[in-house]
Design a protein around this ligand. Sequence first.
Ligand SMILES: Cc1cc2nc3c(=O)[nH]c(=O)nc-3n(C[C@H](O)[C@H](O)[C@H](O)COP(=O)(O)O)c2cc1C
Length: 183
Amino acid sequence: MLSETGTQFFGYYPGTVALVTAEHDGICNVMAAGWHTALSAQPPLYGVLVGRERVTHPLISESGVFGVNFLPAARAREVQGTGVLSLHDLPEKDKFARLGLETLPGAPLALADAYLHYHCRVIQTVPTGDHDLFVGEVMEVRHDPAFYDERRLFTGEAAVYLGRSSYVKTTQEREIYPPESFE
Ligand SMILES: Cc1cc2nc3c(=O)[nH]c(=O)nc-3n(C[C@H](O)[C@H](O)[C@H](O)COP(=O)(O)O)c2cc1C
């Protein structure tokens, strides 16, 4: 039974956490975003919600570009770390080095261990209460074939965020509901 708990929402996880990357004026950063979504297939648009106090926020708004990265379950600790540590507080001003995250040569917004990466150009910024929705046109997609089958169905092990710093791993056991099962 549902019980009323006021207006402070919680518990809408489980969900995946994206790592949003951005770079401007020689500063490169990465942060966890549980609030992210595909917005359009044609043109391909992807949105991330970023609080205005995040170091990542001005890096995106000033460069007009951001990366969206998805890391496998084996890197869930690092995913969480990017959301607990802020570049505001890191004396060395390098969250990548602190967490042992590497980027691809020539693609500073693409995390080397990601199974999926979108390179996005900001086409719209929508204020939403205490966050801004950066609407990105997806300019480039990279994926690691080791995590997908020949139909590009995800077959790897992903980390699913439950809230409160907790993650579970997806398993290989699946239930499949093809369209014909509804005829
Ligand atoms: C699992 C998780 C999900 C998060 N999701 C978001 C989000 O969607 N948007 C946001 O602005 N901050 C989110 N945060 C908080 C930021 O990741 C966090 O404030 C981070 O330290 C910002 O880094 P920065 O200041 O270096 O940019 C999340 C944190 C965690 C741990």
